[in-house]
Ligand binder design. Structure first.
Ligand SMILES: C[S@@+](CC[C@H](N)C(=O)[O-])C[C@H]1O[C@@H](n2cnc3c(N)ncnc32)[C@H](O)[C@@H]1O
Length: 326
């Protein structure tokens, strides 16, 4: 395993400055896949005109959004601001979805602050035309707050629909075998047990997902430099349940490009964006790297490894500040 991590880029403005010259994106740029599949844009998703430009009259059947909810810092007014901002992009997205479409959104809940912004977001969604369908919990392996509270190990995923899209029930099975016996029933005069009667030996994915590993540096899909990467397995489950081959899937908070990689693996078209040119570049590099090597991330190396080795300034900055051994 190459031990070549990168610190959180968003928290280090100097590192950001040194990496920017290697980015092929500036605000407003749209990258279109030569083989006609995906789009990566560097835009602010709250701007309706930019969104229209990316979609170019096309409609998506599945929307997976993961906004940066962690900037809501303990003040009521910030939550109001955040929800107003969310309402803007949620409405923008509604307008570019097919008549029948799925809408998923990851959101945090601050347990020290009335679980904000989750309840406020749910309330706002009631005023938009989406219909609520489920409230999914993804269980993390690691957590925080073990000494004075229940350890916090959950990630919230809200699921809504527009119109009446067809849910792919087959996508629901996990790879966890059924182990509990019970629910005996007489069928054709024979007493049968639940496991015998069921179609799969594995349990279905309900709205609590306990079979998905949180991304960390030992996993191939890990993208160092990013801070909020979602597991590919979770994204693939959503893609499978809510889209078919060649369908358009949208994710306007790309960051490490997880939805794009999921779509590439599963033959969907992904229209994605990020407001930050560095995360657009990382998204594109992740796709290029996947197409070249079949690898979904860099594990404990990073997307800018080559540049860091060859660029004296970058190398010396990282060696000094983070004690890099290059
Ligand atoms: C929580 S991360 C998304 C993580 C992503 N799901 C993944 O698996 O890597 C949120 C991202 O949204 C981007 N972002 C923040 N405000 C935005 C805006 N107004 N328009 C587009 N992207 C934005 C941030 O730069 C950040 O990369």
């Amino acid at each position: 395993m190459t031990n070549f991590p990168l610190p959180r880029i968003d928290k280090d403005p100097e590192l950001k400055k040194l990496l920017l010259p290697y980015c092929r994106f500036q605000i407003g740029d749209i990258w279109e896949d030569k083989i006609g599949k995906h789009i990566i844009a560097c835009i602010d998703i709250a701007d309706k005109n930019s969104l229209k430009k990316i979609m170019d009259g096309k409609e998506a059947v599945l929307s997976i959004q993961d906004p940066p909810y962690n900037f809501v810092a303990f003040k009521e007014t910030n939550t109001v601001k955040f929800i107003n901002w969310c309402e803007k992009w949620v409405k923008n997205i509604y307008s570019v979805l097919d008549t029948d479409a799925f809408f998923y959104v990851w959101l945090g809940a601050d347990q020290k602050n009335g679980f904000s912004p989750l309840p406020e977001f749910m309330k706002m969604m009631k005023s938009v035309k989406f219909k609520s369908k489920s409230f999914i919990t993804l269980r993390n392996q690691r957590g925080y707050g073990t000494q004075k509270n229940w350890m916090s190990i959950r990630q919230e995923l809200l699921y809504y629909i527009k119109g009446n899209p067809g849910f792919n029930i087959k996508a629901e099975h996990t790879d966890i075998p059924k182990i509990l016996k019970g629910y005996y029933k007489t069928v054709n005069g024979q007493q049968t047990e639940n496991i015998e009667r069921s179609k799969s030996a594995n349990i279905r994915a309900g709205n609590v997902w306990v079979d998905i590993q949180q991304v960390f540096y030992r996993m191939e899909e890990n993208v160092n430099g990013c801070y909020a990467q979602k597991p590919l397995k979770a994204i693939e489950r959503i893609i499978k349940a809510g889209s078919k081959k060649n369908d358009i899937v949208i994710d306007f908070f790309s960051h490490s490009g997880t939805t794009l990689i999921g779509c590439e693996k599963m033959g969907r078209k992904c229209f994605t964006s990020d407001i930050d040119p560095i995360f657009c570049e990382i998204t594109l590099r992740r796709l290029e790297n996947f197409r070249k090597t079949g690898k979904t991330g860099w594990q404990n190396s990073n997307p800018f490894a080559k540049e860091i080795i060859n660029d004296k300034k970058l190398k010396s900055y990282l060696t000094k500040k983070y004690d890099y051994k290059i």
